[in-house]
Design a protein around this ligand. Structure first.
Ligand SMILES: Cc1cc2nc3c(=O)[nH]c(=O)nc-3n(C[C@H](O)[C@H](O)[C@H](O)COP(=O)(O)O)c2cc1C
Length: 357
């Protein structure tokens, strides 16, 4: 198979000049705060957008299966912009040799971490015998982790649930973590609810099984030498801070996507940076520049990128018009700077609403 060319950082851009990029060396753990892997959501365009809002939160890719990397279009799955660092590649698979190979490919492409998905409950993933159902086979997960640890110099981490179906025994997740830690995994991202493998859709599986953050805290007590990151239902800086007082890190999923402006406060609130926070208009202008470069380099339509930033102005006057304009596919023939101009032109109706008593 022809060797694929690794993108070079010049080709894939550098931080837009209009945004402050503080030069600091952080003493914090890389896992202190992260944005979760989310299929169809945290693609490279979304991560680029998130990186304009926070320089330091760790960003995760969508899950990429070993099959997709070993037999598919590697560049399509792995291409990313140098601006996105630090960025972790999440893999889906259950065959140690294949995962080792996929991890090596991820390392060659410049990812900062390899993460194994042991938390996805979807039927498609269960048919492939990976994701959450792997929690029933801790020794297999340990073999997978060992194969990857031996194959790459990057941290190999695991994202998992706290139980399967209705079994809420702590011993189950404790033994899972213990077995996998023995194989060389030092970082566990704990989505703090069970995965119910029968009868719930993936969406319901993120909402119905009860959240039990205290299980992550118990894991930290039992494994003080491991880095334990908690995930699930954390939506505000106050709840993030409360978890950080007890645990090594927090991962935020849906709230980061729907309310991306939250991320703009993170460098100051959680990484001790005092520089100027980003401004919404500057972020939007930077995204327009990115859309132009993406269209030129890869023919990417602006709407493919803009869909991820629709929450940027939530709660502000004119947000509805702004959001509608950026999601209006009838404007797809326009250049993105023209779409931005229209998005900021005051709509007659909304302005009238704002004036109404
Ligand atoms: C649309 C969507 C796709 C997701 N895809 C993945 C995935 O590919 N891999 C994974 O480990 N978790 C995936 N998740 C789960 C999230 O990573 C996270 O564990 C979950 O949403 C709980 O965190 P939250 O309450 O902060 O959203 C996905 C979640 C959503 C909403």
């Amino acid at each position: 198979m022809a060797k694929r060319r690794k993108p070079n950082s010049l080709e894939y851009g550098s931080p837009p000049a209009c945004l402050p990029v503080p030069e600091v060396s952080l003493s914090c753990s890389p896992w202190r705060l992260s944005v979760a892997p989310m299929m169809e959501w945290t693609d490279r365009h979304c991560r680029y957008f998130h990186r304009l809002l926070t320089r330091h939160a760790l960003l995760y890719t969508e899950m990429v299966t070993t099959g997709a990397l070993l037999h598919g279009d590697v560049a399509r799955h792995l291409r990313f912009d140098a601006l996105e660092h630090p960025v972790a590649l999440q893999l889906g698979g259950s065959e140690p040799a294949e995962l080792a190979q996929a991890a090596q490919i991820g390392q060659r492409w410049g990812y900062d971490e390899i993460n194994l998905n042991c938390g996805c409950p979807s039927e498609r993933v269960q048919r492939g015998a990976f994701g959450a159902c792997l929690m029933r086979e801790p020794q297999l997960v340990a073999d997978c982790v060992k194969a990857m640890v031996d194959a790459v110099q990057l941290p190999v981490t695991v994202k998992h649930r706290i139980g399967i179906d209705q079994d809420e025994s702590y011993a189950f997740v404790r033994d899972f973590v213990g077995t996998v830690a023995d194989a060389g995994c030092r970082v566990f991202i704990v989505h703090a609810r069970n995965a119910w493998l029968q009868g719930l859709s993936p969406k319901e599986n993120r909402e119905i099984p009860p959240l039990r953050h205290e299980v992550a805290q118990r894991l930290k007590q039992d494994f003080p030498g491991l880095c334990i990151v908690v995930n699930g239902g954390l939506k505000t800086n106050a709840t993030i801070a409360a978890q950080l007082a007890l645990l090594d890190g927090v991962m935020v999923g849906r709230e980061a996507y729907h309310n991306p402006w939250l991320l703009a406060s993170w460098d100051g609130a959680f990484f001790g940076l005092s520089g100027p926070a980003p401004e919404r208009d500057a972020v939007e202008r930077a995204m327009v520049g990115y859309m132009q470069r993406e269209a030129q380099a890869h023919g990417t339509p602006w709407a493919t990128i803009a869909r991820h930033m629709l929450g940027l102005r939530s709660g502000l006057p004119g947000a509805r018009h702004w959001r509608r304009t950026w999601s209006d596919h009838r404007l797809r023939h326009l250049a993105p700077q023209e779409v931005m101009a229209r998005a900021h032109a005051a709509p007659v109706r909304e302005a009238a609403d704002a004036l109404a008593p």
